[in-house]
Design a protein around this ligand. Structure first.
Ligand code: GLU
Length: 282
């Protein structure tokens, strides 16, 4: 009896420690990973977000979202059947790729010239735009020009935070490691708005616990071209991924992935730029 009680206590404390570790990993990144898929196939490490509903979301031991579906499609085309999913926070993506901790990244990862100095990109496979998320009862924020003196949240290492620093210096910018931390701060009134891609914001606004509490402003002020991050200079892999992406569009699977994952949030895809054609690999 004593032994059984002791082991119950131990089990409980291990569980607590485990949960604490999970919480930390959202900030530290890359420490939390999970494997899905069948054994015996070629294995691949794929970087995604774990906390972005509709795009890359860890649900128990499962992974869901548009980025996850595009990643699964591409992996299958490449002959990779054993996927290990690796959490890839915005600020860590270049390092994760250049150190080989991941082979490919599908994580709302915008193609930029600055990032191309460290990594290469296949795609783009989607085009989004930067927008603002505010509390539903706030009518004072109507776009980036009405942010002066307001507290704005974004994520370290993102194009979203960089844009604010470059173009809207009068704004009080608070940077966190993940967007879900910004959402929590917005709901608790620690900040007045959250800025990042409209896709990501739509996902949060439509989550059950935030329904009616948050709204997307709906005035985009950038073009975010989502690419597949790979190790710098791997042109052969880039070509293979682009072939897979084209096939995904032509087969209708790209549209299905959009409908399945972005549809529930009522997200309106800009069809004047989507689906995009992949850039030439270089
Ligand atoms: N797409 C933007 C970026 O790559 C913002 C979203 C993100 O941080 O993942 O920086």
């Amino acid at each position: 009896m004593k032994v059984r009680q002791l082991s119950a206590v131990l089990a409980a404390s291990v569980l607590t420690l485990g949960l604490a570790a999970c919480g930390d990993s959202a900030k530290d990144g890359a420490t939390d990973s999970g494997s899905t898929g069948s054994s015996g196939g070629k294995s691949v490490k794929i970087g995604i977000k774990f906390d972005q509903p509709g795009l890359g979301l860890k649900v128990g031991s499962d992974y869901k979202g548009f980025d996850v579906d595009v990643a699964k499609y591409v992996a299958k085309e490449l002959g990779d059947s054993d996927i290990t999913w690796v959490q890839s926070p915005s600020a860590q993506r270049e390092t994760l790729l250049s150190t080989g901790q991941v082979d490919m990244i599908f994580a709302t990862y915008s193609i930029t010239d600055k990032r191309k100095e460290q990594v290469s990109f296949a795609g783009p496979y989607f085009i989004a735009g930067q927008d603002l998320l505010v509390r539903a009862d706030d009518s004072s924020i109507t776009g980036p020009d009405s942010l002066t003196g307001k507290k704005l949240c974004s994520v370290t290492g993102s194009t979203s935070a960089q844009k604010v620093k470059d173009k809207y210096p009068g704004v009080q910018l608070q940077e966190f490691g993940t967007y879900s931390e910004c959402v929590a701060a917005l709901v608790s009134k620690g900040v007045d708005a959250l800025t990042t891609d409209n896709t990501i914001l739509a996902g949060y606004a439509s989550q059950d616990q935030y329904k009616g509490k948050l709204k997307v402003v709906g005035k985009t002020f950038s073009e975010e071209r989502y690419g597949v991050g790979i190790k710098k200079g791997d042109t052969a892999l880039c070509e293979k991924i682009n072939t897979a992406l084209k096939k995904m569009v032509d087969s209708g699977d790209w549209q299905k992935a959009v409908n399945d994952n972005l549809g529930p949030a009522g997200f309106k895809v800009d069809t004047s730029v989507n689906p995009p054609k992949p850039d030439p690999c270089s």
